[in-house]
Design a protein around this ligand. Sequence first.
Ligand SMILES: [Zn+2]
Length: 296
Amino acid sequence: MKHTRCVTTLILTLCLILAACASEPLAASPLSAPAPPASASSAGGVVTVTFIDVGQGDSTLIRTANYAMLIDGGVRGAYEHISHILDAAGVSHIDYVVATHPHADHIGGLVPLIGNNNGISIGTVLMPNVVHTTRTYENFLQALIDNSINVVEPYPGKVLELDDTYFTVIAPNSSGYGNLNDYSVVIVMDHAGNSFLFAADAERESEAEMLRYFDDISADVLRVGHHGSRTSTKQEFLDAVSPRYAVISAGADNRYGHPHGVVLDRLARHGSRILITFELGDIVMVSSAEGISVEY
Ligand SMILES: [Zn+2]
């Protein structure tokens, strides 16, 4: 009873936060980037994308010349490895954290990241306006509130420019989905002629909407939807994205059987190079004017 009341209070607080964001004049540009520090290096150069091996879950660190973005944080137990990656990269401030949707394999590790006194500061959290009634989600909301984190609901078509890199939100395009995965915030990153599509756990309904509402969703790299589950990466979506690289984040011998054979076959037939975290560990891609290099 107490737990239910607590969750209700947190959800109401979140709704107020999101409603306040939507009604402020700033909403015209809620994703505008803070000015880079005076000592910042000039824009250009490389963007580093690290698909962090968080087991069964998802977490991607993106670093431009002056900014850092973290898309999801895996399960809570992934926090240690993520903080090690941040440390190694010299990241002590994450300008944007994207909590794509409220499932524990995406937000679990964000709870200690936001809440711990760990020397890592967070700028803005982007998250969809949907709630979930789990202890993990409750802890996540509490961490946001306790640390007075700026929360913004991204909307499709919004473009965030960080240095010479553009992040376009292409989903979710609706509300009232029957499936929490379809609320996933999906982002396309464009840098130096290279593009990455981070599909989170979007499934067929959201994929169909992306196809309907966006003329061009082609990308060199696809972070494959829903850990390679057969619920996602439908043929039409794959044809439209047409990725050279397909990155799948999943844990070895996970109980869902991710990635599913039908998706692996589809990707292979398409000619995409398949890279899986449980086989390769952390996968690092560096985007530059010369193209994309891959290390693992
Ligand atoms: Zn997931």
